[in-house]
Design a protein around this ligand. Structure first.
Ligand code: SF4
Length: 286
């Protein structure tokens, strides 16, 4: 199928994991959550994206492990798809340019319907590795941010690459990384909604770029996972760098936790629960 936009939209690939200014990955910029309440919004918030570029943190063993497991889960599911639905496209890279920013993303699976008359129908699928905790428990229990991402992928794919296909459904394949149990959530694709998310995405990319150029912090966008955010302390103090921040030791945090809750700081992962709850020096409510 001819791709009229290929040359125009093919840019040098940038490793978005490096978090560099002027180049943003779809999963780096949260969209469509500005009106959601903090208990529904799952980021990433623009301030967090700003911090990741200005105050990059080295990946610890835990995040390296998560990345490894995530990649393994993706490859496993993509291999299974290749065998069972051979006419699917695996890993469809997307690039684009808007004003002075470039953006990228990658569709995990473009699944062509087997018996499809013209226009050819496809589903756009994204794989998410999850834990027992984050795996959806029922049909409406899903992360809205994930669907916004799949919407963006479908819209960019259908507008600039596979312009002649009909995107029917969006699918998120949640995979429990502990036992490979899967849970698929499907939504009908609505191109109007896709366009809205895309406009929001471009607007937020340029907004982040302007914040980086002027060294002004973006507003906070509090959400469910703030208590696990690496930049919680900086964010609470409205600081752009670590200077002047009172960094508590883990022992001090545990003492504060025990004094305020009367409980022992039991372990969760490689830190105590006390660490996650009190790392800013106060109890995190979200
Ligand atoms: S603590 Fe919350 S609001 Fe602040 S940067 Fe992190 S995710 Fe954003």
């Amino acid at each position: 199928m001819e791709n009229k936009f290929k040359e125009k939209w093919t840019l040098n690939e940038v490793d978005w994991h490096e978090h560099v200014p002027h180049h943003y990955h779809v999963s780096q910029i949260g969209v469509g959550h500005q009106d959601l309440s903090p208990d529904k919004h799952q980021g990433p918030c623009l301030r967090q994206a700003y911090y990741r570029i200005v105050v990059p943190k080295e990946r610890d063993v835990g995040s390296e492990g998560n990345l490894f497991v995530g990649t393994t889960v993706h490859e496993k599911l993509q291999d299974i798809t290749k065998k069972n639905v051979p006419h699917s496209i695996i890993e469809f890279p997307l690039f684009g340019k808007y004003l002075h920013v470039t953006y990228s993303g990658s569709v995990d699976i473009v699944k062509f319907k087997k018996k499809s008359f013209l226009p050819i129908k496809v589903n756009v699928c994204d794989i998410k590795s999850a834990s027992e905790y984050t795996l959806p428990k029922y049909e409406t229990d899903y992360n809205p941010t994930y669907f916004a991402q799949v919407y963006l992928y479908a819209y960019i794919l259908n507008t600039f690459y596979l312009v002649d296909v009909f995107v029917q459904d969006l699918e998120i394949w949640y995979v429990n990384k502990h036992n490979y149990a899967t849970h698929v959530i499907t939504q009908k694709y609505d191109p109007k909604k896709g366009k809205e998310f895309f406009k929001d995405f471009l607007q937020r990319c340029t907004e982040l770029d302007a914040h980086l150029q002027t060294e002004v912090l973006p507003d906070k966008e509090p959400m469910r996972w703030c208590k696990y955010c690496d930049y919680r302390m900086l964010c609470d103090s409205d600081c752009a760098t670590e200077e002047g921040i009172n960094v508590y030791t883990e022992e001090e945090i545990e003492k504060m936790y025990m004094e305020k809750t009367g409980k022992s700081p039991y372990w969760r992962g490689n830190k105590t629960k006390a660490y996650y709850s009190f790392k800013g020096g106060f109890k995190v409510e979200l």
